[in-house]
Unconditional design. Structure first.
Length: 100
């Protein structure tokens, strides 16, 4: 491994660390309003929806996309953990893919 590669790796480490560390450094001492905390708690769900929804609409097999989307919505209505919803949805689509 040459010096350029090591420099690129260190540069990437610094660039990805800064956005992770800044919120803790800037807001670690302050208590955010409850409305802001509730809003921030919804960001993972919004990001997940933004990643998944295009795949549901434009997927290779639209019927599997619809099955996965409906499964994810129904499981999330049961107030399950996000990771559990994802895993169960993936399993449902995997099983459905063998029957369609």
């Amino acid at each position: 491994m040459n010096l350029t590669t090591v420099g690129i790796i260190i540069g990437m480490m610094v660039v990805t660390y800064i956005p992770r560390a800044l919120p803790g450094l800037l807001f670690g001492r302050y208590q955010l309003p409850k409305a802001v905390e509730r809003w921030l708690q919804n960001i993972p769900y919004a990001a997940l929806g933004a990643l998944i929804f295009p795949g549901i609409i434009r997927g290779e097999t639209p019927s599997l996309g619809v099955i996965g989307g409906v499964t994810a919505v129904l499981l999330s209505l049961l107030d399950l953990h996000l990771v559990l919803v994802m895993v169960l949805t993936i399993l449902t689509v995997f099983v459905a893919s063998h029957f369609l």
